[in-house]
Design a protein around this ligand. Structure first.
Ligand code: NAD
Ligand code: TYD
Length: 350
């Protein structure tokens, strides 16, 4: 094998797409997928790669420093692409400690293990995958750029901001070769049905309420997950050490408009009369500290590294809804047990 690449969080939503891209595109790389398999991690997301000769899985918690050290000792790691995290804002509001633990201390544990394991930093790279939410909230105008000051509002974004700072500190203090990307909201296959798009597709299928926070006027910039994985590939191979790259779709949608589009597409694909599921829309109390608008300026990535999103949103949404309809076994398995418990009280109240 030419290189050993450690991908953390590879059993999650974005991680599984990235692992698939790397395993298939780079047969000379050994891809080591390190994941704790929390509620959000699922090895069935990678079933097609089970027998690939250049893929291995290590069940490890990134907060367990000695276990992480053992992985570094076992494989001669050349590069890390770090995605493992607690990732859902609503959960972070309920349980901020687990976000601080995994996102901050877990990242620190990986940084320290890499610094200790690498005798020389030549040819090595620590790539940290982060979010645009670290920049806070935009008003009606403007975009986040790589120089926008950090102003996180949720425990999730505060923990990701802190992890970004630790990555930069390891670069500036110890010379660790690092790169960071901050991406907008992703959607696509294998996303856990707690985030807006898969949650609402699942609820439309099952005729359950669609809880719209506030008036549904918040805006997000949506990117198809495979385009994010492509961007990570480009930055991993051609990005400049010490730099930050913003990744986004130039694809802003007000939540309520996006929800109406999802209803339309899902009803059509389910063979229901148009507009049937509109009645499921339920306006609920707004999320605490709800950021009004995210929008990414990804021109640096486009101009310097030539990356652009490949998929139109309407096409991406249809593809995504079709995937959830065609993969009911996956959807049923991730929404059984603990998932039902998590949402039971919530749905009885709205
Ligand atoms: P996800 O929640 O679907 O997956 C997270 C993965 O990390 C899971 O497989 C989980 O088992 C694993 N994990 C969690 N805690 C762990 C621990 N302590 N040790 C080892 N593994 C652990 O998340 P995602 O949506 O795929 O996001 C991946 C990364 O991308 C995160 O760092 C997130 O902040 C970032 N990001 C996500 C989005 C988005 O829209 N989803 C946008 C920008 C950036
Ligand atoms: P989400 O998918 O949780 O991503 P993030 O909060 O990280 O942007 O939410 C996307 C948007 O949808 C956000 O403005 C909150 C809103 N939302 C709802 O209105 N209802 C819901 O049930 C969820 C999960 C989100």
């Amino acid at each position: 094998m030419k290189k050993n690449i450690l991908i953390t969080g590879g059993a999650g939503f974005i991680g599984s797409h990235l692992v698939r891209l790397f395993v298939n595109k780079y047969p000379d790389y050994r891809i080591i997928n390190l994941d704790k398999l929390t509620y959000a991690g699922n090895l069935t997301n990678l079933k097609d790669l089970e027998n690939s000769p250049n893929y291995v899985f290590e069940k490890v918690d990134i907060c367990d420093f000695s276990a992480v050290q053992t992985v570094f000792a076992k494989y001669s790691i050349d590069g890390i692409i770090h995605l493992a995290a607690e990732s859902h804002v609503d959960r972070s509001i309920k349980d901020p400690f687990s976000f601080a633990r995994t996102n901050i201390l877990g990242t620190l544990s990986l940084l320290q293990a890499a610094k200790e394991a690498w005798q020389t930093f030549d040819g090595k790279l620590f790539y940290h995958v982060s979010t645009d939410e670290v920049y806070g909230s935009l008003g009606k105008e403007g975009f986040f750029t790589e120089t926008t000051p950090y102003q996180p509002h949720s425990p999730y974004s505060a923990s990701k901001a802190s992890s970004d700072h630790f990555v930069r500190a390891f670069h500036d203090t110890y010379g660790l070769p690092t790169v960071i990307s901050n991406c907008s909201n992703n959607y696509g296959p294998y996303q856990f049905p707690e985030k807006l798009i898969p949650l609402f597709i699942n609820n439309i299928i099952n005729n359950k309420p669609l809880p719209v926070y506030g008036k549904g006027e918040n805006v997000r910039d949506w990117l198809y997950v495979v385009d994010h994985a492509r961007a990570i590939d480009v930055i991993f191979h051609s990005g400049k050490i010490g730099e930050t790259y913003n990744i986004g779709g130039f694809n802003e949608w007000k939540n309520i408009d996006l929800i109406r589009l999802m209803i339309k597409v899902t009803d059509i694909l389910l063979g229901r009369p148009e507009g049937t599921s509109e009645k499921l829309i339920t306006f609920v109390t707004d999320r605490a500290g709800h950021d009004l608008r995210y929008a990414i300026d990804s021109n640096k990535l486009k101009n310097e590294l030539g990356w652009e999103p490949s998929l139109q949103f309407e096409e991406g949404i249809e593809k995504t809804v079709r995937w959830y309809l065609d993969n009911s076994e996956w959807l049923n398995s991730v929404t059984s047990g603990a998932y039902q418990e998590y949402y039971k009280n919530y749905y009885s109240k709205i």
